[in-house]
Design a protein around this ligand. Structure first.
Ligand SMILES: Cc1cc2nc3c(=O)[nH]c(=O)nc-3n(C[C@H](O)[C@H](O)[C@H](O)COP(=O)(O)OP(=O)(O)OC[C@H]3O[C@@H](n4cnc5c(N)ncnc54)[C@H](O)[C@@H]3O)c2cc1C
Length: 370
């Protein structure tokens, strides 16, 4: 059997990025895909990527290959509460950065990663386990192999919600503004995008109780557009559906240990957060950067499967991931509470944060760093 330095299990965005990144250190990588099933439908999601994630994809020579209309900068963000005129506004200008995030087409990003992998001589695609000093588990939230590791437990809780995603075209230009509505118990986000129509498209992520999500996916397009109009109050203009609608179950999850002798967990295989802050993939790409840096800086006598080495990676990533999980989970629970006093408190809180610039800057900086 051919022997490799690393086996990366799972060829999602995190697994592909890790393969390219470790190959860049001169390591031989076997990228193991799941058994071929029915061809998957095109992913209608668009991801809000942080500047840190964009930096990593630039290093991997993937970012600049993306078509201009597959990456749209976000300059402003408006968050609406669920009472009166509660509002929280963030701007790149206020934060002294070029953009708050870049909205990226999920399918286009996967395509460019595949293209780059085609030129990566040190990466071999495999469909079965190989002999390797290190196995990096990147199988996402469904990571079936986790049970067989036996050295970590996966704490997982189901929100009883699904996120509905679709592409929309609006009658008003998006002006590079992301919009989000916290409408107990729903959270609706419109991410400005340039596909299918430049300056007028949005990627929708609408999290809501599973039964209602299923109904929204099943209903005809004009009824869905009617629901959208009611939920967004026409702030983005009239919205028309421009793609299939798809939905994902929402869970919060985390592994008790991220690394052991000869194995690590990376991306959604280690942690799953609610998409309300658009941070799941950003956390996964930060894992890729951290693991690459830890391996690159290892002592010459330490092998790459060395447990003490790999635990350095786990220690680095556990705290920021835990913080993001608490933040998204806390926000969701705060806005899911129907009680009137809590409702008043949270909406007043939003307005307060909006007026206190240092706090707002601190919050934005945390999101930009991840
Ligand atoms: C609606 C929605 C919107 C989101 N928006 C954002 C956003 O704006 N910004 C952001 O940062 N994040 C966002 N996220 C989160 C983001 O989608 C995930 O964090 C990210 O896709 C995780 O990537 P991954 O590669 O770790 O896992 P996955 O994408 O799940 O990939 C795992 C891969 O492993 C394969 N696999 C599974 N089992 C095996 C096996 N046994 N052997 C080999 N391969 C296997 C799977 O087939 C898959 O290809 C969103 C999530 C949802 C649901």
């Amino acid at each position: 059997m051919q022997s490799f330095d690393v086996q990366v299990s799972g060829a999602g965005i995190v697994g592909k990025s890790l393969s390219l990144s470790l190959a860049g250190l001169g390591l031989s990588v076997a990228l193991r895909s799941a058994a071929a099933g029915a061809p998957a439908a095109a992913d209608v999601r668009a991801y809000a990527l942080s500047p840190a994630s964009v930096g990593l994809l630039q290093q991997l020579k993937v970012w600049d290959a993306l078509a201009a209309d597959a990456r749209t900068a976000v300059h402003d963000m408006v968050v609406h509460g669920d009472a009166g005129d509660a509002l929280l506004e963030f701007s790149a200008w206020e934060q002294r950065v070029a953009e708050l995030a870049v909205i990226t087409d999920a399918a286009a990003l996967e395509h460019e990663l595949d293209h780059a992998l085609g030129f990566a001589a040190r990466v071999t695609r495999v469909d079965a386990d190989v002999d390797a000093a290190l196995v990096a588990h990147c199988e996402g939230r469904a990571a079936a192999t986790l049970a067989t590791l036996g050295e970590t437990t996966f704490e997982r809780s189901d929100y009883g919600q699904r996120a509905v995603a679709a592409r929309l075209v609006a009658t008003l230009p998006h002006r590079h503004t992301a919009r989000q509505w916290f409408r107990s118990p729903d959270v609706l986000a419109l991410l400005p995008f340039d596909r299918p129509e430049r300056e007028r498209s949005y990627a929708l992520v609408w999290s809501l109780p599973s039964e209602r999500a299923d109904a929204l996916v099943a209903m005809d397009a004009s009824s869905f557009e009617h629901e959208l109009a009611a939920a967004t109050g026409g702030d983005a203009g009239t919205l028309a559906v421009a793609s299939e609608r798809a939905s994902w179950p929402l869970v919060v999850a985390g592994a008790s240990a991220w690394a052991g002798p000869g194995w690590v967990l990376v991306g959604d295989a280690a942690h799953v957060v609610h998409p309300l802050a658009g941070q799941g993939l950003n956390l996964g790409l930060a894992d890729v950067a951290a693991l690459t840096a830890v391996i690159a800086a290892r002592e010459p006598w330490r092998g790459i499967g060395d447990e003490r080495l790999l635990r350095r990676y786990g220690r680095q990533r556990a705290a920021p991931t835990w913080a993001m999980r608490q933040m998204t989970d806390g926000l969701l629970r705060l806005f899911a509470t129907p009680s009137a006093p809590i409702r008043e408190l949270r909406n007043n809180g939003m307005n307060l944060v909006n007026r206190v610039s240092p706090l707002k800057r601190w919050l934005t900086a945390r999101a930009l760093d991840s």
